[in-house]
Write a protein that binds this ligand. Sequence first.
Ligand SMILES: Cc1ncc(COP(=O)(O)O)c(C=O)c1O
Length: 464
Amino acid sequence: MPATDSPNDRLLLNASTLLESERQLYLNLHPASQQLAQQASQHFLYGVPMHWMNDWGTPAPLFVRHAQGAHFTCADGLDYADFCLGDTGAMFGHSPEPVARALERQARRGYTTMLPDMVAAEVGAALAEQFGMPCWQLTTTATDANRFVLRWARAVTGRKKLLVFDGCYHGTVDDTMVDVEAGRTVSRASLLGQTVDLGLYTVAVDFNDLAAIERELASGDFACLLTEPALTNCGMVPALPGFIAGLRELTRRHGTLLVLDETHTISSARGGWSRNAGIQPDFMVIGKPIAGGLPAAAYGFSEELAARMKSAKDAAPAGHSGIGTTLSGNMMTLAAMHATLTEVATSAAYAHMLELASSLENGLNAVLQKHSLPWCITRIGARLELQFCATAPVNAKEARIAQHDELESAIHLFLLNRGVLLTPFHNMMLVCPATSDTDIAKLLRVFGECLTTLIYSSEANVPS
Ligand SMILES: Cc1ncc(COP(=O)(O)O)c(C=O)c1O
């Protein structure tokens, strides 16, 4: 690479040297995690309960001893300000007190019976009150919620095709695991064990391109259009003004159901993005934090759709619907969801989160300005993303161009080694009701140190 004086280029050149020294520093700081990793590798594939737990760019997994509020402690007794928050599962903080109390109460009253607990009606009412959808079903994961919504959408419309956006992620739902290659929708090359050509019934187009959507929907073949209100899984791609309203109008006109997956955009405001934007989807999917971090998700829909769903079920032959799993809506989850919805995900909690996220956004922009870096911060409520481009991308192609894996890993590991955790996938940061001004100040200080180190030296600034 040619030598250059631009801070951006110097910083890219220094990223791999910094990454190497931070990997060594990680090993020095985490002997107990390394030992646990060695033990766990005797029986767990890749040494971890789920292979994604290795995707942090650390030379060995970080083992957790204890998590509370906006912090956790690792096996080596080090404290971390947690801005990953379980990639949204802990968006309301680790072990929120009302959820802990509800779980303690439920712990001796049974966990699962495949019958509704007495609190079920109150949970349904709390979902309807908070998200503005009258009818609900529960699932164990947001992946399942999306999968089941797809089945319902196909059953009620009698149509087979699904429209999604390039760069989408809706959990490990096969139908959505597509990429666009030379203008064709194809199965993602990285999928393991995929036997079906996913491009057969799924079409992916560019986010923020209403003309492309209209062209596809005009065929009258699409059961539903499934999207997040802003793409959050290929970097953050916000919707241009009027885009989601345009989707609503086009889907209605062409008899296609609009499914808004708010699993991540539940960070926008209480009730999610769509409720606050005044847009009513046909189905809404939520998951991750709605039971305080216990496995739980839900999908909401209108009464009119509920009637169509019942007719479809009544008209089907007796037997498996292909919708549902044994532990969904179990007693423990219902107790946690009730406490989360009624006592944790409150207007006051959101007000605190949004205020702190705004202060973090301003602070990050000031750090970038100080170092003359042409990068941007995109924010959706309590969720922020640092992107290596001057303005937020308008589609996944632009988001991919702005990615720089080595630089990202160097920044993450530098922060982690100094007690600040970001999500392992791109540069996402989330604040929870327990996040404090001190946590924000720490992130900003360490991020600033990281940039200084990257720009002016290839030597890591080793903490004392
Ligand atoms: C938008 C969106 N929907 C659904 C999911 C799936 O959630 P889960 O892995 O809890 O099933 C994710 C996971 O990241 C997501 O980002």
